[in-house]
Design a binder for this molecule. Structure first.
Ligand SMILES: CCCCCCCCCCCC(=O)SCCNC(=O)CCNC(=O)[C@H](O)C(C)(C)COP(=O)(O)OP(=O)(O)OC[C@H]1O[C@@H](n2cnc3c(N)ncnc32)[C@H](O)[C@@H]1OP(=O)(O)O
Length: 160
C-alpha cells in the first residue's frame, strides 16, 4: 500500500484548512489519512465513543462522512482533478460496534460519464466485516477549474 501525501498539510494552512474529514488541523474532525492499493483508495480510522449514535454503535452520519470522503480523495488521486458529491446512497448492512476498533474504508472508481464519476465504497468494522456500502456520484470539474476554485494542487502533490 502506498501512502498518499496530504498536499494541504502545511503550517501556512493552519486555521484555513478545516475539512471535517481530512484536515489534521481540525481538532473536531476525523483527521483521515489515505493509502492507495492498485485501483482502490483506503482510509483507516479509530472510532471513539463520542461518535456513537445508538449506544456502542458508530453514528450513521459519521459512516456516511467516511464513505463520502474516500470518494473525494479518489477523484483527486485517480481522476487527477477535484469534484463535489452530487449524490450518494448508503446501505447500512450491520451495526459498526465502536468496541471493535479501527474501521477501514475502501473506494473504487466504477465509471465516468460526462462530468459524473460513479464510485463504490465500503466500510469494514474492526473484525473486517462489511457493515456499510455506498454508491456515490461525484460531479467532476475540469482540472483548470479544480485548481482555480478548489485549491487542487495537481497530482504530483499527492506523492512524495
Ligand atoms: C482545500 C482542502 C480540500 C480537502 C479535500 C476535501 C475533499 C472533499 C470531499 C468532500 C465532498 C463533499 O462533501 S462535497 C460537498 C457536498 N456537495 C456539494 O456541495 C455539491 C452541491 N451541488 C452542486 O454544486 C451542483 O448541484 C453540482 C455542481 C453538483 C451540479 O450542478 P449543475 O447545475 O448540474 O452543473 P453546472 O451548473 O453545469 O456546473 C456547475 C459548475 O461547474 C462549472 N463547469 C462545469 N463544467 C465546466 C467546464 N467544462 N469548464 C468550466 N466550468 C465548468 C459550471 O460553470 C458551474 O459553475 P458555477 O455556475 O457554479 O460558477
Amino acid at each position: 500500500m502506498k501512502k498518499i501525501r496530504n498536499p494541504w498539510k502545511e503550517p501556512k494552512n493552519i486555521g484555513e484548512y478545516n475539512c471535517f474529514a481530512c484536515s489534521p488541523y481540525n481538532s473536531s474532525g476525523l483527521q483521515l489519512e489515505f493509502w492507495e492499493n492498485h485501483d482502490e483508495l483506503i482510509t483507516k480510522w479509530n472510532p471513539e465513543r463520542s461518535y456513537e449514535g445508538w449506544i456502542g454503535v458508530l453514528h450513521g452520519g459519521i459512516q456516511a462522512t467516511l464513505l463520502d470522503e474516500i470518494g473525494g480523495w479518489l477523484v483527486m488521486v485517480k481522476l487527477k482533478t477535484a469534484g463535489v458529491t452530487s449524490n450518494m446512497q448508503v446501505s447500512y448492512l450491520k451495526p459498526v460496534k465502536v468496541s471493535k476498533g479501527e474501521v477501514t474504508v475502501k473506494g473504487k472508481l466504477e465509471s465516468v460519464e460526462g462530468r459524473i464519476a460513479k464510485i463504490s465504497a465500503s466500510l469494514y468494522d474492526g473484525d473486517g466485516e462489511e457493515c456499510a456500502k455506498a454508491e456515490l456520484s461525484y460531479f467532476v470539474f475540469p482540472e483548470n477549474i479544480a485548481k482555480a476554485r478548489y485549491q487542487y494542487p495537481g497530482i504530483d502533490a499527492f506523492y512524495d
